[in-house]
Structures are given as structure tokens and as C-alpha cells.
Design a protein around this ligand. Sequence first.
Ligand code: SF4
Length: 1008
Amino acid sequence: MIVRPSPEQEAIVAHPLEPLRVVAGAGTGKTTTIALRLAGAVDGGLDPERALGLTFTNKAAEELADRLRTGLPQLAAAGREVEVLTYHAFAWSLLVERGAHVGVERTATIIGPGAQRQLLAELLRDTTARHLDLTAPGIRLSEALLLARRLADHLRTPEDLLAAAPEEPDEVWARRLELAELLRRYEEAKRRLGLLDHGDLVRRAVRLVSEHPDVADRIRRRYGLVLLDEYQDTDPGQRRLLQLLFAGVPVTAVGDPDQAIYEWRGASPTNFAAFPRHFPLPDGSPAPTLRLGLNRRSGPAILAVANAVQGRIGGRDHVPLRPAPDAPTASTTAAWFATAAEEAAWIARRLHDLRADGIPWREMAVLTRRNRELAELGTALVAHGVPVHDVGAADLLRRPAVAPVHAWLRLLADPTDTPALVAVLLGDRWRLGLADLLPLAHHGRHPSGEDRRLDLLDVVEHLDEVAGLRPDARKRLDEFRTLYRRLLARSQDAALEDLVVDVVEALDLWTEIGALDETAARSARLDLHRFVELAASWTPLVGRPSLPGFLAHLEALDEGADPELDAVAPSSEDAVALLTVHRAKGLEWDVVVLPSLVDGVFPARPRRHDDPAGDPTALPADLRLDPRPLPEDPRERLAVLRRAHADGEWRLAYVAVTRARRFLLATGSAWHADRRRPAKPSELFEVVAEHETDPGPRTAEAGPRPSPRPWHDVLPAPDPLFPDGWRAALGDLLEGRRPLEGVDETSLAAARADFLALLAGLDDDVPAPDPPPTVRVGGLVLLASCPLRYRWAEVERLPRRPGPWLRAGIDFHRRIELHHRTGLAPDDPETATYDLVAEGPHLADPFRAFLASRFARHRPVHLEASFELPLAGVHLRGRIDAIYEHDDGWEIVDFKSGRRRRPEPWLQLEAYALAVGSGAVDPRPPEELTITFAWFGGGEVEEASRRLGPDELAALRGRIERLLSAAADGPFEAAPGEGCRDCDFVAFCPEGRAFLTAADRRRRRGRE
Ligand code: SF4
């Protein structure tokens, strides 16, 4: 549907090309307005290559680029594009171009928060401290990361902090200095290893353009219009870089101070407020401000709540929201209950009613303030027949289908991870009780009379020596030990994604899920697929994907809602989305439920203030780039900090409320979580209640306190030894309220050493060769097209842009796998689960086309078949979508969700055929093979096939061996060509950019 621009939008599009600030309220069409302004400037004669759009996440950059392609079809057809990058990618592109001036090599590797954490953890292990409590290394690690981030946000180094120390440091300063010393060593380690973290990108880019004004000049002259999206989320360092580069350039900054919810990770509220002064007009006067207040998303009742919430936020730049003339009818409801279980049951009933009224599950979302509520509420909703899926990756780890896989992976990566082992042994597969673990713990304390302690896994390895085990428990532990050894051996050489799939299959989770009722099965399948997909799509910014790296990444996800890290994956599956409000920014649904609106939960109580006087991770005022005056008087100071915290919470509430189009349900309960006294409704609940149009129930009496785990009342407690249920007992154990007897820190360390010695002993018999290098088939195809692209994608990995087509492709393959694994006929009602909408207006739904094709009607003999083929000294690795059996041999098929491409990338299927023909997939392959590409993006299947006999396979072997030798030895030189157009690295590649510029110029000349 084409929406006419509103008069507000037209004013922005028509505004002269000069610095401009746009305050865009929620749902007022910010991205459309940015795209219209860029498109308007290009229509007015601006060369598209002279326009630049900057935004925060890859997802937002992709969305903006897509809108521009749609808005400027004639340019898109000519292969010309407006450059749209994330702020970090832009800083990196400057360093790739001219970073040598400030000591940054193009070969430097960028590390993400997971790798940052790993490196800091290594350094922390060798740290001694007088003031920091090192018995809680996880907390210290988080503090060090936070301080590193804050220093980088303000373009400071640990040395700056050490130099700013007072002569007689108080306790807070003493701890800050010890953290700074740790960060100094971290900086040294990065230099030694040739690494850069995200903070370095902006810091070094600022140094580059400050010390080399000629570089800044060149870049400034390159652009005739710069659009800054989500400007309210920029940090002071990013603002400084933009100011240095774009002073005097027409810069349009778009944002909404009421949606500034990332202050805790460095965003500076001053940037947006001071934009008119930071980017003045040529005559020195402040840049003007235009506003967008016409909301095109929500009905009037929801906007009334949004405006009331907005009224609670301090500051002046608010834009009250007005409904569009064609706004949907909306309703708001506030409902209060005695227990969380009643609250969950009511939410489930209400969602069922709305579903019966025709709203699909996928148009509903449950948003919480914290992760904590999500998993428990999700479990309760599934028990009430509501299918759910976790949208944020971090929340996924707590879902019932994923938690055991995560625990197994932790255990495979670290045999001393006792909490993971306990979770595995007490979980559904082995069903041991805590009483069964006590003999193990006891044995660990006195192993064979020796004066040392073993950790639990080591004791399981010595099972025969353990006394006092029930026979049934011994049998199960023995089975566990066999499986653990098998998976441990597998984890030594399997690719990460294959290992995750192996763990899922070894636990027989697909079968278990099949035994659940339909709703629970659907939610569990979605969760598990999403987790496997997360492992498959995760790329470390250092080296190859590894299990410890992936786990560190998950841990970093779990630490905080960082949108750059935890990309949300809204799915077109028909299930209710569960996510935190931080992750919901930029998304919208017909129905939004805000549960747990309980005093102190949402708005949340402050845990600690960003106050240099009390928090060692807070920067002293004179090291900050933005002024942040705090009163000296402690009470006044506390009042200012509390006000800032409350503003942040109300901004979050504003984001939450404005996600809803038609129905807003606010709920809470007196006996929330483990509270000892009944809670009161929160202020946010009261605001919704004041404006409710469709009154919900209010239970006045809290009644007696229910069981300690009220959300779990729907689950039975199977272990009579633990009347509160094994989950509560496990929670007690993991949180240290009921420690495992016989296991303490000293014994863990000793046992770890023993375990390593044991592994070393195993190596005595079998000399362990270095693992052979591996090359993926995808890498082989890149190598054949451009060796430099292969190097950046596979050897020295640079960040890649996950585009919507990649998401669509993953979704599509997941559905094909689900279709064949569940064995459902295409017309089975269950396939409604996969009733997808197309990813874009231009693409037909590829899965519909698949369901109508011959590939859906026949079951493949191999599905998602992994292989590893030793060739020319390396291992060629790949995964084949499907292999079908016919009378005249096997057909190897690669499914593509897009439209047909010519020429076909045959090398991919040829490599698969070679692997199949060599017996790497199945020991008895037929002689005759057919290779087939099947494209589904055009509305119906289009196929291209070739037959390969033994002679062709022999010829292929020689060709692929020669390519693989080049993969091992290089040189990886640029081979620019038409492939540069879809290359993720074109921003870093002068050769590719030069090729495209010349090709476009030729094309333009040809048209003239
Ligand atoms: S932009 Fe072109 S030349 Fe450069 S790495 Fe990519 S494909 Fe190769």
C-alpha cells in the first residue's frame, strides 16, 4: 500500500539541504521519512553516491537500504545505491581506507563482546587485587567490560583514568584504579594480538580525522547529504566523530528523545538536545527542528496511554502523538490478580479470545521489563495452550527445549561446570534426584582415600568406585557417561553447528517434542530451530566458530539487551512473541501484553546509579565528553540520579506502550515471583488503569501466600523428597542456598587439573595430530569467484551483513526441514504453522511454491546431510539440503528461496556430488548422480539439473583439489567483477569499489 506523506513529512522532504533536526514520535514513519528525504534529494539532482545514511544495527541499515531501493527503482535497476552503513561499519571503513596513519592495519581483526570477555577473563585469572573482590570473577568481568565501554564512549583510555586518580584514592577510586590497571593490560594484549574492539573503531577513527585534517576534508567533500538515524542513541565519541567529519555538510539527524532507552550503554541525551548547536547553519545560527507527531500505527485509546506516559518523562522535546484519520479502533485493559498463576491464566484466556476473533498468534506479543519473567510466563502460557516463541536470543536459553542443549554444550566446553552437570542429570532425560547426587559429592570429597577432591564429572568417570548409589541411578549415570564420552569426542573436531545438531539428536529431543501436545510441540520446535540457527549463523569476529566462543557470545547476550549483539528474530511463524521491551524497539503488533506491572518491577527500582562517587565503573565528570553536572550535596545528588533513572524507566514504558496497534493489556499480581509480602500495582499499571476503555478484573484481596514458584503452579512436582518441586530445589542448589556437599572452589580447581591430566594421559597412546584445515563448500565457491572475498569471509573474518534475504533463506530451509522431519502431508492442518507471508512485496512466498513442488511430496533419503571429505590436505566440509532417490540414481538438490540466477553456481553442487560420490555421506552411493538447483522465489519452482557419471566426477576431483590448494596457500588477491555488487566487504575493498564506480560510469555513458 502506498501511503501519502503527511504534511509534516512533506515539510521535512522539502526542507533545504542544510543541517536539520527531526523529532520523530513513535509510529510516525521515521524510516519512511528518512528514505523520502534521501530520495527527494536524489530526485533533486544529488548524486546518490554523495548521500550517506548511518544507523545502529545491520537490520536497520538493511531496512533503510531496502526502502531506498523501492523508492528509487530507476537507480536500483542501474545498480546505483545510496550508501547505508552502521555507525561502527562507517568508522571501520575510514580505518580500512586510511587507518595506517594511526597504526591500524587493514588486516586487524575486530572482536565482539564475546571475544572481549574471553580475553579479559584470561587476564583476570592472573590478576591480584587488594580492593576488588576476585571471588566473584563474573561480576568483576562485567564491571571491567562496562568501564572499558564507558572509557571508549568518551574517547578515553585506561591510562587517562590512571592519570586522573586523586593523590589519596578512596575505596571507590581504589577499585576503579585496579579495574583500570586490568584494562591497561587488556589494551596491551589487543595491541600484541592485532585486535580491535568496537570501542577502538570510533576512538581510532576520531584520532585519524583529528590528526589528519586532509583525510577529514576528503571525506567531507565526498558527501552532499548525511542522514543520521536514531541519533538519540549515539554516544559522545560517535558525536565527536560526526562533528569532525560533517561540520558544514547538510546533516539531518532523526530521533526521538522519548525513545532513548540505551543511556545505560553509553547513549548521551545531550547529543540530541544539543544537535542544533553542534551542527549549526552556515551563518552560525542553530540548526532548525521539525517534528513528526502523526502516528500511523495505533488506535486513539493506545495513544491516550502513550501521551500520559510521555507526560511522566522529564525534558522538553516531547511530541504528543495524534491518531491518523484511518487509525484502527483500539482498546486498553488493566487487570490485577492475587497470584501470578491466575495472571498467566487470564492472559492466556484473553489471547485465546482475540485469536478466536481472527487475530493470528503472530500478531501478539508479551513484553516484559526483565528477562526473568519471560521464561516462566512462557512456560505457563504454553501450558494454557498458547504457542509462544522467544524472539530475543538471550531469552531463548531459558526455554525448556533449549535449556538442556545449552547445559550440555557448557559441559562439553568445561568439564568443571558443575551447575551445568547438575542441570543435565536432574533434567528430563536422566531424571536423577538430588539424593542421587549426594553419594557422588561424598565420593568427590574422599576419592579412594586420597587427600584430594574431585569435581562431579570426574566422580562420574569413576562410577564403579562410588558407593551408595541406587542401582537405577547407577545405570542412568553409566548411560550418561557413555553419551558424554561420545559427544566429548565429537566436540573435538565437529563444526559448531554440527555439534549442536548432534547434541539435539543424541538427546532425542525431536522425538520428545513430538510426544508433546500440539501447542507445546510447536513452541518447542520453534525454540530449538531458533537455537540451531543461532549456532549456524553466529560468526566470531576472531578466528573460526568454536564452542567456547559461542558460549561466551551467549553469556554476553545474557548480560544485557544490546541490540547490536542480540539481533531479534521476529518470525512469521504463528506464535506469540515473547521478548523484553529493550528488544521490542522498532517492532509492532496488534496485541501487546505488559505483564508483571508490579511495584518495583516496571518501572524498575534502580540497582545502582551511574555515580562516580559510589560506582567504580562510572567516569569522573572531567573525563566525560558531555557535561553532566551532579550536585555535591549527597541528598540532592541522589535526587538528581533518581530522577534520571525514573525518566529512563518512563521512556522504556513509552516504547512498550507504543508497540501496540489495537489492544493493550496491562496485568500484574500481588504475589509476584518469590515475594514475601503482597505487592502493589506499579505506577505504569495505574496509568493504563486510568485510561482503560475495556475494564479488566481487579482482585482486591491478595489472600494467603501461594507456593514459592507461583508461575510454575501448572507443573507437577514429581520428587516426593522435595515438596516444592525439583525446579525449586535445583534453584536453591544453583543459587547457593543449598550447596552441594563436598564441592568447593579448591576441589574444583584440583579436579580440573586432574581432568586435564587424564586427558593428557589418553593422548599418550594416540599421538594427536594437528587437526587438518577445513574449507566449507560456501568458502570454496567464494574462493573461485574472488580470493580476497574468501579471505575476508573465511580466513580473517570481517563482520558480514545479515540481510533480510539471509533471514528469509534460513527461515525457508528450516521450514523444509520441519516439513520432512515431521512427515506431514502438505495439506495437513499443521502446515498452517508454516503459513508464511512473503518477506518482501517483490518475492512470492517460496515455501508455498515448495509445498506445491515434487520436492515436498517425496521424502529425501538424506536431509540436511553434513559431510567432511579429505582432499588435497584439507577437509572439505558441507551440508546438503536434500538427496532424493530415483530409479536412475540419486538426485542432490539445493533449495534456493530466491529467484533463478544465471549463470548457475554449479561449483557448489559439483562439490556436493564429489562428496557423495566419494562415500562421504553414505558408504554405498549409486554410480549415477544428478545435481539440481531448485529456485522457489518466483512463485513456482524453477529447476536446473545436470547428470554426472564416474568420468565427470574424476575430472571434478582434480579441479576442486587445485582450488583447495589455493585455499591453503593463497595469495588472496582481489578479483573484482559483477559479484562485488552483493559482496559484504565492498565498503572495505578499494578494488571492488573502483570496479563498481567504473562499471556504473560505463553504463551511464552507454545510456547517454
Ligand atoms: S568487493 Fe569485489 S573484489 Fe572486493 S572482496 Fe568483494 S568481491 Fe572481491
